[in-house]
Design a protein around this ligand. Structure first.
Ligand code: PA5
Length: 449
């Protein structure tokens, strides 16, 4: 079973066969560094075998906690930022659709799931608080470090709300913490209040953590079969770790995007034709940006949602600066379809589409865009995914994690740190007057003057 296919047919004229042959040994070396753990920061590659070597007891606990939340809560509030929320949001949208929270409770058959603590907006948080009025809710706070400002603030606010509504004891039963096994303030709070807690493994960084409790608990609360999700990822693990370059879509994708990068296509746009994949691109932007953007190099990634953005960014992609490449994630068997209805006149000019399926029209839109963009000088890579099932998503997640980590090693950077993110965090601590950051504060103030 392969739930994914990597298609380079639109790269004609952009990438030559010899260029792939030339980069191939370097991709294979990068792959060896990843698989054998001989690359830099190899202790952070625990995600590589995670789809097989995960904590089965904790996995069962996640399912039990999800059942309890599904029974006693109308809403689950998930608090986290970056890798501590993007994976779960991406997976729930991908598998349950963009209108999941708007469905009636009966149709949704799960609590509404809202994500907060991923900004510092008082307005956004106030809206969410209003939404919780009269609703039974639980909270899942997720932070590996336990020291990130945004989720720490949100946790205080929603925890206070929870205690006000239920009293200390029941609030404790409704607070779920996902954090480091030993370190950080959240772990301390777990011990003091007896919150149910889950562990983010040491060797898994935020952006590689969707298949740990970070993603799995909210995803299970949404009613997704997380066994199937892990099985799909494990299938990809088996394939990509043993397949040679010729049969390995992840290595091929790493090779093609890096050949293009070296030829001046420094910006990669992640594209989709299904609104439920919007957050897949958000997750990908974090995975690629934090993995590759270091030492003054790396592909800059962005996203476009089609056909929506054909009416905005489409102009730039067709005729703007020629440093763009596109990676389209295409769903081969979309979840559902609609037909263009008949009408007794052609005033809207679409009579020729009567009786046509929307999926068919969407496919033709995709084909037209490839032709137009190719003509306009934009290379287009296509990742075909069979469907929007947990198994296909698990496979896709692993595909991207693997390909991007290999790309990182290929470019001679550390794929598993994120010093740039840490820089902003320390600056913010200093400017807000956090104890211990006095010297940095002085330094920053001097720079400002
Ligand atoms: O990928 C990463 O490591 C980061 O984006 C983190 O996920 C993000 O900064 C949140 O960190 P934490 O989970 O420690 O609160």
């Amino acid at each position: 079973m392969t739930n994914l296919n990597f298609n380079t047919s639109a790269l004609d004229g952009f990438v030559k066969e010899n260029e792939i042959n030339e980069i191939k040994p370097f991709v294979e070396t990068a792959n060896d560094l990843l698989i054998n753990g001989t690359g830099v920061s190899s202790e952070m590659r625990q995600w590589v075998d995670l789809p097989q070597d995960y904590d089965k007891k904790e996995f069962a606990d996640i399912k039990d906690a999800a059942q309890k939340i599904r029974k006693d809560s109308d809403v689950l509030v998930v608090i986290g930022i970056g890798g501590s929320y993007l994976g779960a949001k991406m997976a729930i949208d991908f598998l349950k659709g963009s209108y999941f929270n708007n469905l009636s409770k009966d149709k949704r058959n799960a609590p509404q799931i809202f994500f907060t603590g991923n900004s510092i907006s008082g307005s956004d948080m106030s809206e969410l608080i209003e939404m919780l009025d009269g609703q039974d809710f639980s909270i899942n706070v997720i932070s590996k470090s336990g020291t990130t400002t945004e989720p720490s603030i949100a946790f205080r606010i929603f925890r206070e709300l929870l205690v006000k509504k239920y009293g200390e004891n029941e609030a404790n039963q409704r607070t779920y913490v996902t954090t480091d096994a030993n370190k950080g303030s959240l772990r301390k709070e777990v011990k003091e209040n007896n919150f149910q807690s889950f562990v983010i493994p040491d060797g898994v960084g935020g952006r590689y953590s969707v298949l740990t409790p970070v993603g799995l608990l909210p995803i299970a609360v949404a009613g997704v079969n997380i066994d199937e999700l892990m099985d799909g990822a494990n299938q990809a693990r088996i394939n990509y770790q043993k397949a040679s370059f010729e049969d390995n879509e992840a290595l091929q994708y790493a090779a093609y995007r890096n050949v293009l990068y070296r030829k001046g296509y420094t910006n990669e746009i992640f594209e989709n034709y299904e609104p439920s994949l919007r957050f897949l691109s958000e997750w990908l932007k974090q995975l690629t940006g934090e993995t590759e953007g270091k030492d003054n190099k790396g592909i800059y990634t962005s996203s476009a949602n089609f056909s929506t953005d054909l009416h905005s960014l489409g102009q730039y992609i067709q005729q703007g600066m020629r440093n763009l490449m596109e990676t389209v994630v295409n769903i081969q068997k979309p979840e559902a379809d609609q037909v263009v209805p008949n009408k007794d006149n052609n005033d809207d000019g679409i009579q020729y589409l009567e009786g046509r399926n929307l999926n068919y029209i969407n496919e033709k839109a995709r084909e037209s865009v490839v032709l137009a963009h190719k003509e306009g000088g934009v290379p287009n890579m296509l990742i075909n995914v069979e469907d929007q099932t947990p198994s296909s998503l698990g496979y896709l997640i692993y595909f991207f994690e693997y390909a991007i980590a290999v790309s990182g090693y290929l470019n001679g950077i550390n794929p598993f740190n994120q010093p740039g993110v840490e820089d902003y965090k320390s600056n913010m601590f200093a400017l807000l007057g956090k104890p211990g950051y006095e010297d940095l504060k002085k330094k920053l103030e001097n720079k400002n003057n």
